[in-house]
Write a protein that binds this ligand. Sequence first.
Ligand SMILES: *[C@@H]1O[C@H](CO)[C@@H](O)[C@H](O)[C@H]1NC(C)=O
Ligand SMILES: *[C@@H]1O[C@H](CO)[C@@H](O)[C@H](O)[C@H]1NC(C)=O
Ligand SMILES: *[C@@H]1O[C@H](CO)[C@@H](O)[C@H](O)[C@H]1NC(C)=O
Ligand SMILES: *[C@@H]1O[C@H](CO)[C@@H](O)[C@H](O)[C@H]1NC(C)=O
Ligand SMILES: *[C@@H]1O[C@H](CO)[C@@H](O)[C@H](O)[C@H]1NC(C)=O
Ligand SMILES: *[C@@H]1O[C@H](CO)[C@@H](O)[C@H](O)[C@H]1NC(C)=O
Ligand SMILES: *[C@@H]1O[C@H](CO)[C@@H](O)[C@H](O)[C@H]1NC(C)=O
Ligand SMILES: *[C@@H]1O[C@H](CO)[C@@H](O)[C@H](O)[C@H]1NC(C)=O
Ligand SMILES: *[C@@H]1O[C@H](CO)[C@@H](O)[C@H](O)[C@H]1NC(C)=O
Ligand SMILES: *[C@@H]1O[C@H](CO)[C@@H](O)[C@H](O)[C@H]1NC(C)=O
Ligand SMILES: *[C@@H]1O[C@H](CO)[C@@H](O)[C@H](O)[C@H]1NC(C)=O
Ligand SMILES: *[C@@H]1O[C@H](CO)[C@@H](O)[C@H](O)[C@H]1NC(C)=O
Length: 803
Amino acid sequence: MRTVSLLTTVLSASLASVKTQAPTPITDPASFVLPFIGTTNGGHVFPGATLPHGMVKVGMDTDSPGNQAGYDANSTFNATGFSQLHDTGTGGAISLSNFKLWAFSNCTSFEDCPTSLESRKALRKVLPDGSPDDFASPGYFSTNLSTGIRVELTSTRRTAIHRYTFPEGTVQPRMVVDITNDGPRTSTNPVMTLDPATARVVGGAQFAASFGPGRYTAFTCVDFAGEGFELGQPTEFGTWLGNFPVQGQTDINQLYFGFIDELGALFTFPPAPDGTLTVILARAGVSFISSEQACANAEEEIPDFDFNRVQTENRATWNELLGRVQVDTTNVSTETIQLFYSAIYRTHISPADYTGENPRWNSTEPYYDSYYCNWDTYRTLYSFMALHDPVTFSRIVRGMIDIQKHEGWLPECRGATVMQFIQGGSNGDPILGEFFVKFSDQAAALNVSADDLYTALLADAELQPPNWNLQGRQADAWKQFNYIPQDMFDAGGANTKQVSRTLEHAFGDFAISQVAKILGKTDDAAKYSQRANNSFNVWNPDVSVPGTPSVAGMMQPRFKNGTFNFTDPRHCSIHDPEMATCFLNAANRDGFYESSPIVYSQYVPHDTAQLLQLQGGKDSFVSRLDFIFNQSYFDVTDEPSMQIPFMYHYANLPGKSTQKSRQVIAESFNTSVNGLPGNDDSGAMASYTAFYLAGLYPLPATRQMLLSSPFFPSISFFNPLYNSTTTIKANGFEGNPADGTEGKVFVQNVTVNGELYKSNCFLDWDVFVSGSVVELALTDDPNVTCGSGDEALPPSLSTGGYS
Ligand SMILES: *[C@@H]1O[C@H](CO)[C@@H](O)[C@H](O)[C@H]1NC(C)=O
Ligand SMILES: *[C@@H]1O[C@H](CO)[C@@H](O)[C@H](O)[C@H]1NC(C)=O
Ligand SMILES: *[C@@H]1O[C@H](CO)[C@@H](O)[C@H](O)[C@H]1NC(C)=O
Ligand SMILES: *[C@@H]1O[C@H](CO)[C@@H](O)[C@H](O)[C@H]1NC(C)=O
Ligand SMILES: *[C@@H]1O[C@H](CO)[C@@H](O)[C@H](O)[C@H]1NC(C)=O
Ligand SMILES: *[C@@H]1O[C@H](CO)[C@@H](O)[C@H](O)[C@H]1NC(C)=O
Ligand SMILES: *[C@@H]1O[C@H](CO)[C@@H](O)[C@H](O)[C@H]1NC(C)=O
Ligand SMILES: *[C@@H]1O[C@H](CO)[C@@H](O)[C@H](O)[C@H]1NC(C)=O
Ligand SMILES: *[C@@H]1O[C@H](CO)[C@@H](O)[C@H](O)[C@H]1NC(C)=O
Ligand SMILES: *[C@@H]1O[C@H](CO)[C@@H](O)[C@H](O)[C@H]1NC(C)=O
Ligand SMILES: *[C@@H]1O[C@H](CO)[C@@H](O)[C@H](O)[C@H]1NC(C)=O
Ligand SMILES: *[C@@H]1O[C@H](CO)[C@@H](O)[C@H](O)[C@H]1NC(C)=O
């Protein structure tokens, strides 16, 4: 595949001189996807096999400390199993990683098989460069273990299929099914039976959610088949408890498992006929309802045990989705193309489609899970989806509305079917807002009820939940004070993150005002747009950065009586004298979540114009942004910093946004296993990368998108809902300068369908609805502007609002 894609690049480059030649469409974009980006040193990316938003995410688990998504690309860690469910890029404890399978080629006897997780684990084969002998591409994962066994994985939505190739000469191939060892090892109440004739294993257990107090139940159904030969009945079968396989037992109720939490099934199979390698397929269906349903899922989705068919169909699904975004690759490095398609790929791993698997209520609506968490993803992930996958977006929105209908509250950090802790806010609102502001005209056709959507938003905005730590906002305090006071202890949650929550709730109310406006609810629109202004209620003009009095005015914690407390603006930054972090922690009394007051003082995305005035006007605002970059207060690892590189747009200096956003890519993102700064956060960082490479930055819950130059001579988005394609052409593109600060990358002017556009700094969504040709005239002069007309600067609430 690699050879083919290089040839394509060379070919299209040689045709570039023929001006009218359209770029060759990329028909196999999956070949540019590198699933191992961010799979070690804390990236927590899942590199295994999944469909877009598939429930089953089958992958290798390792015994590394950072195995939140199971896997670690560092070859010093041992493989412990191949499990069926994962999340991607999350923090918290390890999530899911349930129902590991494992193979033995040479136990001295059935009873001597080292079945426990600790005893059975094995290193991978290590390649000469020190990396493990692992391979992954969309819908497929493979590894060669040091035991000589090769493992390959692929999947459908709710079923995995594994292929185990045993070393030549294996006479007693054996397969382990592990029912209890989820990632954090939290199982209780296991059940399991096996059928000695068919080797079918059915079972399940209860497990702990990874970022909250809840527990969930999951079930599996595992069957085996030979590839290229009839597997036949197992020659030995039994259960195992820890390191003790017990031959002949078929039900764990026959075991006394009070003190050991590891158990499962073990089989010995006949080998393939002489002269052929023994290849055993294991099909693992999963369900959150019952083991019967796990079996039904497996039988329906993979009736034929045809690994290659499943893999081919999985990849074709990815190619269709990724191929809706096309780029001209002339003068673009292969690494940039890989970075881009890998980022789009990781935008579509979570949330996961658990439709039909919701154990908590019956509904005909779609059910998506793994919102881990909306605080991370609302800024960029759904806006990217809006460009090329609006139908999936609509299904996720329907699922979120259905959750609110049945549980009372929109999801925030839901995982493994349970509510988990909120982070810095309650950020379902901007996601529903993003959907409705862009797709209100199509909502009915997509079966999204506008009334139910609005009801769900109002519940978040107005109703005090019994436990806001899990359910949403501290709504009563918000309504009474118009900020979240620091000295307000109510029963339903921890007394933390008040400034962050104030800023997020204000943005949430902005999103609601945008929806109200479309629905013609004029009073509500005014009310929520007024509440959007609450961001500025935690602005204390009298606080400045110690030693830098010119950086004056900060978001600060505020008491009920209206006076401010003080949190050092450097708090939780790399310059914090106390070296504090501000991660989720009930003892955290500083008011901020995962970023410094300096960063949060830039976060009023709906009214940057007003922020600019408060920060002393254009020059002072620009100096402050420069200070944030020059002094490394910009924190690329955390979401509140995401928009900062683009904020120069509001000072009419879009060339600086282009420089800063390109520098972020150059300095912090690459295609290696270490290629991510921090966690991928369920695709939040991925969608952010994809936007930066596309030369765009979204303003969720608006019909506007900030504009810079793409890393490609042209990029086009096919939107299947509108059946339209919008192409952004970077005229004069000469390549991407390595450090991002110079070169012919600045947008001098913009035309849409040949007409000069009102702004060089943003595009209206209408451009993407009708399917347009957007032409950017590039220059090497960074002193470009947004243009000279009244509408040239991007909108803000205080300067007339959003159309
Ligand atoms: C861009 O590609 C064209 C056509 O291959 C080539 O002539 C030109 O030198 C390239 N420009 C740069 C800056 O690499
Ligand atoms: C792999 O992990 C080991 C043990 O934690 C560590 O010493 C080593 O530096 C890591 N290797 C790489 C390439 O990160
Ligand atoms: C991997 O397992 C081997 C023994 O099989 C052990 O020596 C090694 O320490 C393990 N590695 C880790 C990171 O636990
Ligand atoms: C594993 O070994 C097989 C040959 O046995 C080889 O084809 C494959 O490329 C190797 N690596 C992976 C990751 O599968
Ligand atoms: C089984 O094979 C592995 C890998 O080749 C080897 O390390 C181990 O010693 C063997 N075990 C037995 C019991 O032969
Ligand atoms: C859903 O409906 C089925 C079939 O009527 C029933 O067995 C099950 O208990 C229901 N589940 C819930 C969570 O209400
Ligand atoms: C909307 O619901 C109708 C009736 O249930 C169904 O026929 C149609 O396929 C649904 N459309 C979408 C996009 O889900
Ligand atoms: C305001 O409340 C804070 C915290 O309860 C208290 O320390 C401060 O003295 C109060 N200030 C006034 C003016 O009441
Ligand atoms: C004021 O802020 C300090 C420092 O974060 C904190 O320790 C203290 O508890 C806060 N005061 C109140 C009343 O919340
Ligand atoms: C979508 O647009 C293409 C041309 O752009 C047209 O050929 C096709 O018929 C359209 N499909 C639908 C379903 O309207
Ligand atoms: C747009 O920019 C291009 C490239 O610098 C320039 O040639 C052209 O005159 C500009 N058009 C307008 C209308 O400013
Ligand atoms: C851009 O403006 C800066 C300062 O105003 C000036 O020093 C620089 O020469 C200008 N650059 C170009 C290419 O005109």
